[in-house]
Design a protein. Structure first.
Length: 318
């Protein structure tokens, strides 16, 4: 049984009726409900398809935040073999919001950076809801240094509402840690591919998304600030988050048009949470294609391509 979003109520109502009919049949009622169930299943699928064909930016934000959406740990389990986690920033502490390590991706050794939100209450608390502190970004720099030393491609999975804004994080140099991680990503001499799998929020996202190629899932979002944060600043009213989401151009489709990202990974009808294995495999295929396109490039060529990509953002708008 799926967890339904507010705008999915028409689908929830239909699938609720299907469950009622199945309960009747299981209870031994002498009625033939198979034809009606078939009709309702068809109606449910079409309704879902119609809803997802015209999602608003705010509805996409809701889908990107769906609690059942595959998280970074699911992608690591589905795509990475022999994963060896590497902990700590060699300075202050280990940050569980950002998983880092080495592993094999479809036969190729890679370094991995992945923001993990957690899939239940205990995991969310452990991973701080995917909001990294300075030590998380310093760990990312350490892993990218290692990747460059051993000539390993870097794969990063982005899923965060933003960097952790707590007092302790600011005291330990949150802004400086984000800046250094971003700078390291931009200057990396090995291929790098970043995938926004859910939310890509603020500097907390760009710190590991300053990659040669940036991809997004179809219903992911990527923005300089959350819609709620933007609404609070612009209108002093977080309830206007829907207006902010529309005006900020945070969807994958808008960002591809503006040249901020390089590609979109299609999600199944109804979002990634309805067919997790399919989405994870599609993401893997897209990452593999991007890494293959850079396989024969020198370190200088990789840096030049990445530099040109980021400098060109905003220079030519549609």
């Amino acid at each position: 049984m799926h967890s339904y979003l507010d705008f999915e109520k028409p689908v929830a109502d239909i699938e609720g009726k299907i469950q009622e009919l199945r309960a009747l049949a299981a209870g031994g009622e002498s009625v033939n409900v198979e034809d009606e169930i078939g009709r309702l299943n068809t109606k449910s699928s079409q309704t879902l398809k119609d809803l997802y064909a015209k999602l608003t930016p705010w509805q996409k934000t809701m889908v990107a935040r769906h609690p059942d959406r595959p998280h970074a740990a699911d992608y690591l389990a589905g795509l990475i073999e022999d994963f060896t986690p590497l902990a700590g920033d060699r300075n202050f502490a280990e940050d569980h919001a950002l998983i880092a390590g080495l592993g094999k991706f479809r036969g190729q050794s890679v370094a991995i950076l992945a923001q993990e939100k957690g899939s239940d209450t205990q995991a969310r608390l452990k991973h701080n809801f995917g909001m990294a502190r300075p030590e998380g970004y310093r760990k990312a720099v350490r892993i990218m240094d290692m990747a460059e030393r051993f000539k390993l491609p870097v794969i990063s999975l982005v899923d965060t509402a933003g960097a952790y804004p707590g007092i302790g994080a600011e005291e330990r140099g949150q802004a400086e840690a984000i800046a250094r991680s971003t700078d390291k990503g931009l200057g990396l001499g090995t291929p790098s591919v970043s995938v926004v799998i859910g939310e890509g929020g603020s500097g907390g996202a760009i710190a590991i998304a300053a990659a040669s190629k940036v991809l997004m899932l179809q219903h992911a979002i990527y923005s300089v600030i959350s819609p709620e944060g933007a609404a609070s600043i612009l209108w002093r009213d977080s309830a206007k988050a829907q207006d902010a989401a529309t005006n900020m151009k945070i969807t994958a489709q808008d960002l591809l048009q503006f040249g901020v990202i390089d590609g979109i990974i299609e999600e199944p009808v109804g979002g990634a949470h309805r067919a997790r294995e399919i989405v994870i495999d599609r993401a893997g295929t897209a990452i593999e294609a991007e890494l293959s396109s850079m396989a024969n490039m020198s370190a200088d060529e990789i840096r030049k391509q990445r530099r040109e990509k980021f400098i060109s953002i905003g220079r030519t708008l549609p």
